[in-house]
Design a protein around this ligand. Structure first.
Ligand SMILES: [Zn+2]
Length: 331
């Protein structure tokens, strides 16, 4: 329930908030013990405001315009996830827009969390995002972050029966694929690691992503690429089949075997093998050392060629000046 993390002095200034005040007084006692991640850590005593729509509630502190924008992006995206929802009734999703990075940091103790930008709790249909200004400063698009987290919630609700059995790389890959996210920086990271043959096997991205930001970005890029490759090689309907099977409670390995005839371990190996075949030249060019080294060699060759031409031309001019014009030859 949305209200389960509110403590009385955090209730939004709305009718919804007021009508649930008494109820929350009792629920908050449980919340303080059961789900303290957001309500207590982020509770600075300042009240949260609320804007809401048919499918979302956006809690915020400060900028009402940003909150409305978050709500508009969410409502615009929601109907596009109709097929992912299947016949599951999702219920209202709540989005908490943090005012300060410290509020967000305090709340990031989630089963699914994104690198210091957004965080989703699918089972409680809760999303926590950084202040939109922080998101933009870090070169992420607000709409992409919101859509990504909404996919987490909807996918998590749909696959509740298998939620502990789905590898992290697949959960993130699905979120990136369905949200239509594009992060060139992540792609660059992947290309560099293909070149240096240091791609992380998907099996190592089952339970958690690496702690360092660079390695985490690589893990996101790999997740995206693996799901895209699955769609490229087997078709999008196979991805839907896998989602349907997860919704039935199958684990991912079973779903892969049933839909594409490959166990996860074989898919992982084939996908990694495909990387060096698909991105051979791109990986070479994306390596900054090699790129700048090649560029330096190129300019050196151009200079050498010019220098040789110039030397040849000077010699030719010398020869011409040494020749005596036939007109002045004395007989
Ligand atoms: Zn994510």
């Amino acid at each position: 329930m949305a209200i389960d993390v509110l403590i009385p002095n955090q209730l939004p200034r709305t009718n919804v908030g007021r009508s649930l005040l008494i109820k929350s007084f009792f629920l908050c006692l449980c919340a303080l013990f059961l789900i303290p991640a957001f309500g207590t850590h982020a509770g600075t005593g300042e009240p949260w405001d609320l804007v809401e729509s048919e499918n979302f509630r956006v809690y915020y502190r400060g900028n009402a315009k940003s909150a409305q924008k978050v709500l508009d992006i969410s409502e615009e995206f929601y109907p596009k996830m109709h097929r992912l929802m299947g016949d599951v009734r999702i219920g209202r999703i709540e989005i908490w827009v943090c005012g300060a990075p410290s509020e967000f940091q305090a709340a990031v103790h989630a089963p699914i969390q994104d690198w210091a930008i957004g965080c989703a709790f699918p089972l409680s249909r809760r999303i926590i995002i950084q202040n939109p200004r922080v998101i933009i400063q870090r070169d992420f698009q607000l709409a992409q972050v919101i859509r990504h987290e909404i996919v987490h919630v909807i996918f998590g609700q749909r696959t509740k029966k298998a939620i502990g059995k789905i590898p992290r790389w697949f959960v993130e890959g699905v979120a990136i694929y369905f949200s239509g996210e594009w992060a060139p920086r992540r792609n660059d990271a992947l290309m560099k690691h293909i070149f240096s043959k240091s791609v992380i096997p998907l099996a190592e991205l089952t339970n958690r992503f690496p702690k360092s930001e660079n390695q985490a970005q690589l893990a996101y890029a790999e997740s995206q690429n693996a799901v895209e490759w699955l769609v490229e090689t087997h078709g999008v309907e196979k991805l839907w089949e896998i989602v349907d099977q997860l919704a039935e409670g199958d684990d991912l390995d079973t779903a892969f075997r049933n839909s594409i005839g490959l166990p996860l371990v074989a898919f992982d190996a084939q996908w990694r093998k495909s990387l060096s075949q698909r991105y051979h030249w791109a990986a070479m060019l994306s390596s900054s050392h090699l790129f700048w080294g090649s560029l330096a060699v190129f300019f050196m060759l151009v200079y050498l060629r010019y220098w040789r031409y110039k030397r040849r031309r000077l010699r030719q001019m010398e020869r011409e000046s040494e020749e005596v014009d036939a007109f002045f030859i004395e007989r």
